[in-house]
Design a protein around this ligand. Sequence first.
Ligand code: BGP
Length: 469
Amino acid sequence: MSKLAKFPECFLWGGAVAANQLEGNFQADGKGLSTADVSPNGILSPPDFSMKDFNLYHEGIDFYNTYKEDIALFAEMGFKAFRFSIAWTRIFPNGDEFHPNEKGLAFYDNVIDELVKHNIEPVVTISHYEMPLHLAREYGGWKNRKVVEFYERYAKTLFERYHEKVKYWMTFNEINVLLHAPFTGGGLLFEDGKKNEQDIYQAAHHQFLGSALAVKAGHEINPDLQIGCMIASMITYPYTSKPEDMFAATQQDRKTLFFSDVQSRGYYPSYIKSEWLEKGIHIEMEDGDLEILREHTVDYIGFSYYMSFVASTDPEHLKQQASGNLLAGIKNPYLKASEWGWQIDPVGLRTVCNQLYDRYEKPLFIVENGLGAVDVVEEDGSIEDDYRIDYLRAHIEEMKKAIGDGVDLIGYTSWGPIDLVSASTAELKKRYGFIYVDRDSEGKGSNKRLKKKSFNWYKNVIATNGEEL
Ligand code: BGP
């Protein structure tokens, strides 16, 4: 690594959240029901339409009412950027309306103005793990081409309203979630409950179109906008140096890179066309679709990074399972894991940065990373989360090395700077924040905010632009 490696002066340090995991107030001011509102057991579980039971997503951490106080705390830490998502259903409650809900827009006007007031760059995810439930149930979700039009209208509404205040956008959070959790990723429901790849890839085509049309509209409205993709990066190592293991790792990586390949390069790679041919998958396209994909590629590559994965062709290795973000995998004997079994691999982040930059040669933005852990509040109210500091420090060190490798890295927004509802477990037990929220998985507690030890640590990281870790 070059000893001179430094974070650029304008590096976007901050944090990232998603509407459905913290706003609560799920029916306030005309908001419609979203797919997240009927996923009370987390993104990987099947939806429950009965809505009878308590659902923590409906309450979040009440950010809908506390955003001012919370943003003031982010400002105190020196945040340069704050990534959040807009709930589609606050703007278009059913998704297929012609006119947006002004009250929903008013909430985001306030959030954005509050950020701008504190000199925090707002970074907006247009769709983070949710869509109007009406579009899922009445239209079949993203497998229906009509949804492209609804999404385009929604995205345009946001660009028109916020293009002077918001420069950085992402079209879909972890777009590759569609393969692993098709209801969360695309509002897809299957009659027999079994995933159907034909529908999934058809929905992917529609999302790629929606994303490219959003890029087109955004750039027409304001050419300065930076509109990125966002993938859950899942770098895969071969378990051994056996050539077959290496090829298995390559194939597994393609499942993720397929999405950024299309969004960044603007065309379907030959490996996916071969796979579709082999599986008898046929994607319906209209004339002009491929031109749209080619002409409106993303400006930067956004990605989350929590862990790395392992591939093997040996059935014995396959038995050694580790859990993970969206996907379970094989245990890596060289790595320790979080309490939820996610394997901690800071060096993997450097490798991912290099892999993505080599492949696309576009700026990279790490928009999620962090450690989910159980935090304990001591009698004096302090929270000694040294484990979180260790995790973040190790990852930031590797980011610095990646910059030394020549990677153009523009920012880092760690996941959940304030505790919020977990996407996979739907609980408030797995916490990521620098700011503790006094609320438990049953929704009980004062909802008070407390600074963890990591609060001041991260504040100093930002103040020294990553020089003091
Ligand atoms: C990512 C999602 C986030 C987030 C994070 C942590 O995949 O984009 O929404 O929640 O993972 O996951 P979890 O909350 O399950 O620990």
